[in-house]
Structure formats: structure tokens, C-alpha cells
Design a protein. Structure first.
Length: 305
């Protein structure tokens, strides 16, 4: 009788083992079949195509390389020792295959080390809410440089990029806005580049602000108000000149005696900077009038000629 019980237990174990083996074989076959059916199809991240901002600029590599070579070979040949291929690889490695909401300053440090270059004293021009006007001015007056006139800013101006943990590692459909996550690739890049640009400034620096903005010309939440102003070095920068520009035909919401400019002056004075402020700095206003020659705000410009 004990022998028969032992045989029954053995048969039960054998059946159980056979069942397990069969189950494992079925699972393996299912995995192999799924692999065959999906062969060559890139994995799609759950986040892909769900962000609110535009995706990575098409042909990003060609755009970055073209701008880099143009800058160091044609515009500033004294920077011809810069390695544009290494610069592109550093940018790519900063974001490719990475969660676009988890980018750090360490990701971009190799890029900044490769692309940084000295900024001549008295040439730094900072801006806030005057993007188009500031860059039209630096194009017409080579005595000043904005961040976008440096190698880093020139390469990245008006382009977008972000990665994705899944293949192909770059999201060309959409990228996160700052409101979706602050540590996104472009936000982190511009914060670091802005910090480096401010740290490099020396001599007299200029700041072009928009006096037609209803909320105030100086905003503590702006890149200038939150990063650049606090990374100007009082031991290198002798003075800060504020140019408060008003849109031609637009409202004059604030002057140099306005509330936000007073706040800006207070911050700069606390950091021991000498400050001047001028409403509608004449050379920049003349540039505005080139595009609005018949406007009543430009009559003094026309009469002057």
C-alpha cells in the first residue's frame, strides 16, 4: 500500500513538471512570434507625440553643423579651432534617448566647455521682451553681442530638440513646454547658456527692455531677471546701461522712473553696480523708425535727416 501511494505521488510530480515545461515552451514561442511580427518596428514611448510644444527641428544635425561651420569659418575665423563635429556630438548626447523632463546641467557641461569663447568687454547686450529689436540692432551694429550672437546661441537660436527613451531616441513630433516640466532640454540649455554669457560679461553692459509691456519692463521671472542679473560679476562689470524702448505707436507703459525699473535698479545697486537708464535710446529708436518712417512717433527722426 505505501508503495502504491509513492507511485501516485511520483506520477503527480511528473505530470506537474511536464505541465510546467509545456507552459514555458508556449511562453518562449509567444515571445519569438511577437519578435518576428514586430521586427524592424521602433519601440514607441507612451509619451511620444503627447507634448504641447513643437518637436525636434527636422535635420537638426545638419542645421547645427551648418551654423557652427558658418560661425567659426566665416563670421569669426579666429574661432576656427572649434571642432563642430564634437560640438554636435556633445549636444546630441545631452538629450538623445533621455527622458525629456529629466535633463540636468551636467548633461550640457561638455557642450558648453567645447563651444564657449571669450566675449570682448563693453559688447554684451542683454534683452527681455525685445527679441526682434535687440537682434536687428546687433546685426546693424557689430559693436554689441547678444547671447544669440555667440557660438552657442547662434547654433541653437529658434531650433528645438528633445529626446525619448525609446527608439529612435529623438522626438520629432512634440517636445515638452516649460509649463509641462521645467527640466526639459531647451529650457536647461538656455538657462546654462545665459548664465555663462552673464559670467563672461565685462566692462559696460547694456540691457534692452520693453517699456510698452503692461506688466512692467523688468520681470523677476525672466531669464534676465532670474539668471543673468545674478551672474554678472561686479568685479568685472563696471556699469549697467538700461535702454528702455517703447514700441512705435505702442503704449508707454513704463519709463525709467517706473516701478519695475526701480526694482531692477535696487537689485543692481545692492550688487554694487553703477546704473544708468535712458528712455528710447536714440540709435535703437532710429532703427525702429526705419520700419515705421511715416509714423508720428518717427517725425523727429525724419526731420533730423
Amino acid at each position: 500500500m505505501p508503495f502504491q501511494q509513492g507511485s501516485a505521488r511520483t506520477r503527480q510530480r511528473t505530470v506537474l513538471l511536464v505541465g510546467i515545461v509545456v507552459l514555458l515552451v508556449v511562453l518562449v514561442l509567444a515571445v519569438v512570434l511577437a519578435s518576428v511580427l514586430t521586427h524592424g518596428k521602433p519601440e514607441v514611448s507612451p509619451k511620444m507625440m503627447k507634448w504641447k510644444d513643437r518637436g525636434t527641428t527636422k535635420n537638426l544635425q545638419e542645421v547645427i553643423l551648418g551654423r557652427c561651420y558658418s560661425y567659426v569659418m566665416a563670421r569669426y575665423p579666429e574661432l576656427g579651432d572649434k571642432d563642430c563635429l564634437k560640438i554636435w556630438e556633445s549636444l546630441k548626447h545631452a538629450f538623445i534617448y533621455k527622458n525629456p523632463c529629466n535633463i540636468t546641467s551636467e548633461d550640457y557641461q561638455p557642450l558648453l566647455d567645447l563651444a564657449s569663447h571669450p566675449i570682448p568687454c563693453n559688447k554684451s547686450l542683454f534683452w527681455s521682451k525685445t527679441n526682434d529689436l535687440a537682434h536687428r540692432y546687433t546685426k546693424s551694429n557689430q559693436n554689441f553681442l547678444t547671447l544669440e550672437d555667440t557660438l552657442l546661441g547662434y547654433m541653437a537660436d529658434r531650433v528645438s530638440w528633445c529626446g525619448d527613451p525609446s527608439a529612435p531616441g529623438i522626438n520629432y513630433e512634440s517636445c515638452p513646454k516649460r509649463s509641462e516640466c521645467e527640466s526639459n532640454p531647451t529650457s536647461v540649455f538656455w538657462k546654462m547658456a545665459s548664465k555663462m554669457f552673464a559670467e563672461a560679461a565685462c566692462g559696460v553692459v547694456q540691457v534692452m527692455l520693453n517699456g510698452s509691456v503692461e506688466a512692467g519692463a523688468f520681470r523677476s521671472s525672466s531669464i534676465f531677471g532670474s539668471i543673468e542679473i545674478f551672474n554678472l560679476n561686479p568685479d568685472k562689470v563696471s556699469a549697467v546701461h538700461i535702454w528702455l524702448m517703447h514700441d512705435i505707436g505702442g503704449p508707454q507703459s513704463e519709463s525709467c522712473s517706473g516701478h519695475s525699473i526701480k526694482r531692477l535698479k535696487s537689485i543692481l545697486e545692492e550688487r554694487n553696480f553703477t546704473i544708468t537708464c535712458e528712455d528710447n535710446y536714440r540709435p535703437v529708436q532710429l532703427l525702429q523708425c526705419v520700419h515705421n518712417p511715416d509714423h508720428t512717433d518717427c517725425r523727429p527722426c525724419t526731420n533730423a535727416t
